[in-house]
Design a protein around this ligand. Structure first.
Ligand SMILES: [Zn+2]
Length: 472
């Protein structure tokens, strides 16, 4: 039984999808005005692991992540860089896809863009206005928070307390300081769309309400995002969607904790700001994923170079085991024994951890335990039957590779589809062997070192040379 901590009810609940085996899941995506930072990467990766685990449990997940491609921040950047807002958004949409691909995040089924859903968005605002939840002040439309009696139910904030707080932006057009923009009147030079209130563009919150409803229905299973989105973004999404549809918006709300850098809040002014792009230049995507998985998704995570280095070191053990397993599977040795080994127990433990509100620290510990025990069995026996290694590969494939995304089990010696590339490497290996026979060691070393420079590692064994590609 899978249980999930639900921010809305503040307790762990058994997960019951509306229409099993289908699960509809929405995750707030980026505003595309810059490269996303490592804190965003944490949310995207943990949401990806949750989605992968639901798929492991044979749910059919429809995964939607929005792209906010019209926003104040995009407009600001476009003015700074003297570009069109549209081209700023396009550049960073492209960068976003490059980065999630590097981080091995499985693509969503749909990436709706705000600019491509203007009709859905304006229709929803019209509905809110017609039902008395929104008011128009000279082309600016606001949500009237006082009309929605459940306002604050997600964040646990009370309207009265919020109003006395000084952190809310004062705007003379609003009836109540908590009211928020649904439609913003166009200012000169800004991108705009037409509407019954005149030319303008939507507020951020309404985009998620309109696009999630369009692609996942009025009520759907899971909505996830960073902790910082609980208030006001997700609170406002609930207010908009439930007021318009008269139905519960989302059954399970999942929120990811903050990420600090060396115990300090990450910020550009402190000079400890990292984009995901910076980090994957130095560390493998698997190490980034493992360092996140080793902390509970909801708690704070203290990010540091040591954390990544130690994840990288831990992964080396899994990678060595994967290489050995691939090697043994090629040899297909039937001579060895199949030792007593409780594969089912490891699988059960992995599932028990993940079923408990996606306890990824515990789940990764099970995988490392497993690797240790396999290595012990290999050390204790002269040789093991290849079917034993088939089971090893199957366990690692299902857990470390498919769910956590921290291991690549493809045979590194035969990597990546490009066969001409592989044939050329084999040709160089042959030439190097000939050079060795002719005792031309200067040439044979040069071939080995030059290949290494471009990330291809030759491994000599008794009777042959294989190669391995370091991942880009
Ligand atoms: Zn959102």
């Amino acid at each position: 039984m899978l249980s999930i901590y639900n921010t809305l009810t503040k307790q762990k609940e058994e997960f019951k999808p509306i229409n099993p085996p289908n699960v509809n899941m929405y995750v707030c995506g980026p505003t595309v005005y810059d490269y996303f930072h490592i804190g965003n990467a944490r949310s995207f990766i943990m949401a990806d692991i949750i989605r992968r685990y639901l798929e492991y449990k044979n749910y059919k997940v429809k995964y939607v992540m929005n792209l906010t491609d019209v926003d104040d921040k995009i407009i600001k950047k476009s003015i700074q860089e003297n570009k069109e807002a549209k081209s700023v958004a396009e550049d960073f949409v492209k960068a976003f896809f490059e980065d999630i691909n590097k981080l091995k995040i499985k693509p969503a089924d749909i990436y709706p863009k705000a600019t491509e859903h203007m009709n859905d968005i304006t229709k929803l605002i019209e509905e809110l206005e017609d039902k008395g939840f929104a008011y128009n002040v000279d082309g600016n439309v606001f949500y009237d928070v006082s009309k929605f009696k459940d306002y604050g139910k997600l964040s646990g904030k009370k309207i009265d307390d919020l109003e006395s707080g000084a952190r809310i932006e004062i705007n003379e057009e609003k009836k109540n300081p908590l009211d928020f923009s649904l439609w913003k009147k166009a200012k000169p030079g800004e991108p705009f769309w037409s509407s019954r209130w005149g030319n303008g563009r939507p507020g951020w919150h309404i985009e998620c309400s309109a696009m999630s409803c369009k692609h996942l229905g009025e009520t759907f299973d899971i909505h996830a995002g960073g902790n910082d989105l609980i208030f006001p973004h997700h609170e406002n999404e609930i207010a908009q969607s439930e007021a318009a549809n008269g139905k519960k918006f989302v059954n399970y709300w999942i929120h990811f904790g903050f990420l600090n850098i060396n115990d300090e809040k990450m910020s550009k002014s402190l000079g400890n700001f990292f984009t995901a792009r910076d980090i994957v230049k130095k560390y493998s995507p698997e190490a980034v994923r493992l360092s996140f998985a080793q902390t509970n998704y909801a708690g704070p995570l203290n990010f540091s170079e040591e954390l990544l280095s130690s994840a990288e070191k831990g992964l080396e053990k899994l990678r060595n085991l994967a290489d050995k397993t691939n090697e043994e599977l090629k040899n297909k040795s039937k001579d060895g024994i199949f030792p007593e080994f409780d594969f089912a127990r490891y699988e059960k433990n992995f599932e028990a951890a993940m079923d408990d509100d996606f306890n990824t620290p515990q789940a990764s510990a099970v995988i490392f335990d497993f690797a240790r025990e396999v290595n012990k069995a290999a050390a204790e026996n002269a040789s093991l039957h290849f079917e034993f290694y088939q089971s090893v590969k199957s366990f690692l494939g299902k857990t470390a590779e498919e769910v956590l995304g921290i291991l690549d089990l493809s045979d590194q010696s035969q990597l990546s589809g490009n066969s001409i590339e592989n044939e050329l490497i084999e040709l160089l290996i042959k030439l190097r062997a000939e050079a060795k026979i002719e005792k031309n060691f200067k040439l044979s070393d040069k071939i080995r070192d030059s290949l290494k420079e471009i990330g291809i590692i030759l491994q000599d064994s008794k009777d042959r040379t294989t190669f391995k590609k370091n991942k880009p």
